[in-house]
Write a protein that binds this ligand. Structure first.
Ligand code: NDP
Length: 332
């Protein structure tokens, strides 16, 4: 079996040499454990933060040990009651082919209810993030005009479409290529979208939302956040979900220069972590699962094949190589 180790802490942008694919022995499951053959492993932006030796909500990766992250796989041996060979589970020991998992720290998933990859994307952590951020954190209500950054990504594409399905007056998205922008307006039903690399965000947002916005779902930070603050209307709300524009910065980035506007416009800017909002999961699965089954929700995946390509998939994610959820498939 092969597993990925972080062997050096990246300074700025990570490079392939920061990672190493290592051969290991496959162990038999002890009591309460299951041996899982991973079928999909997830690479996610938050993993960049875990590569720094900094205390945060998610602890740093330990150098020269197996990296971790979301994964789905098939149970191939079981020492745990209630888990049979052939069951499929979602767990946190990704970045490897075979995982010895404490069964209590895994969740069974049904491959007949949805394709397995969806449990890492639209029906999983990113999907719940979009749902929580829009509905609970930004307190979206029908009639709002909503701006979503990173809108062609896993979280952003669901945040924008959830707003549309729940009666937004107007949904605007930004993304980093013209193909992604076209996908937003032509397939996902965004009312307007723009390529943030082509002209200043503030300018393009003003054009796309001449009457301003009520909600900003922030995946990016930086100039996107500053532009949103400028365009927000009185009592506008920001769900601070991520700030990927700064994840490879070597020092603190300058904040929005227009924070003074928060007062007069009575804006609220609220950060959140999806892990604190698991109580919304049943409602999320019912509603978003329903939309997916009815074909009301477009979603894409970018699937890279082979454990040896996991680090490259992660590096690609940071550069925007993905449309929708970035995943690594490990076919048997
Ligand atoms: P995505 O699928 O959106 O992939 C990341 C995308 O970020 C890339 O495809 C790229 O798209 C975009 N990007 C990269 N660099 C920049 C930049 N400088 N400016 C603008 N866009 C950039 O990832 P996720 O959907 O998994 O995550 C989206 C955000 O949500 C991240 O910030 C992540 O950290 C956050 N998050 C937060 C959670 C929470 O609990 N708060 C939970 C899960 C995710 P493009 O081509 O458009 O540039």
């Amino acid at each position: 079996s092969r597993e990925w180790h972080l062997v050096a802490r990246p300074q700025g942008w990570p490079v392939p040499e920061d990672f190493a694919l290592v051969e290991t022995e496959i162990a038999d499951p002890g009591p309460g454990q299951i041996l899982v053959r991973n079928l999909f492993v997830s690479v996610d932006p938050y993993m960049r933060g875990r590569m720094n030796d900094v205390k945060s909500y998610s602890p740093p990766f330990v150098l020269n040990e197996a990296m971790t992250g979301g994964a789905v796989g098939r149970v191939v041996a079981s020492g745990a009651e209630g888990f049979e060979v052939g069951d499929h589970v979602l767990h946190m020991l990704g970045w490897r082919e075979y995982a010895l998992v404490e069964a209590a720290q895994s969740v069974k998933v049904d491959p007949d209810a949805a394709p397995l990859s969806l449990y890492l994307g639209a029906l999983g952590m990113p999907g719940l993030t979009a749902y929580v951020g829009l509905l609970r954190i930004a307190e979206f209500s029908a009639g709002d005009t909503v701006f979503v950054s990173g809108a062609a990504g896993a979280v952003g594409s669901l945040a924008g479409q959830t707003a549309r399905l729940k009666g937004a007056a107007r949904v605007i998205g930004s993304a980093g290529t013209d193909e992604k922008v076209a996908l937003l307006t032509e397939e996902y039903g965004f009312d307007a979208a723009f390529n943030y690399k082509k002209a200043p965000v503030a300018e393009q947002l003003r054009e796309a939302a001449p009457d301003g916005i009520d909600v900003y779902f922030d995946n990016v930070g930086g100039d996107h956040l500053e532009a949103a603050i400028a365009s927000l209307r009185v009592h506008g709300r920001v769900a601070a979900c991520g700030s990927i524009a700064g994840y490879n910065a070597t020092g603190p980035e300058p904040g929005p220069r227009n924070l003074g506007l928060l007062v007069g416009k009575r804006l609220s800017l609220r950060g959140f972590l999806v892990g604190d909002h698991q109580d919304l999961r049943p409602e999320f699965v019912r509603e978003v699962g329903g939309w997916l089954a009815e074909g009301k929700l477009g979603h894409r995946e970018t699937v890279v094949t082979g454990i040896e390509n996991t680090a490259d998939a992660f590096l690609g994610l940071l550069r925007g190589a993905n449309t929708g959820k970035m995943l690594v498939a490990l076919p048997e």
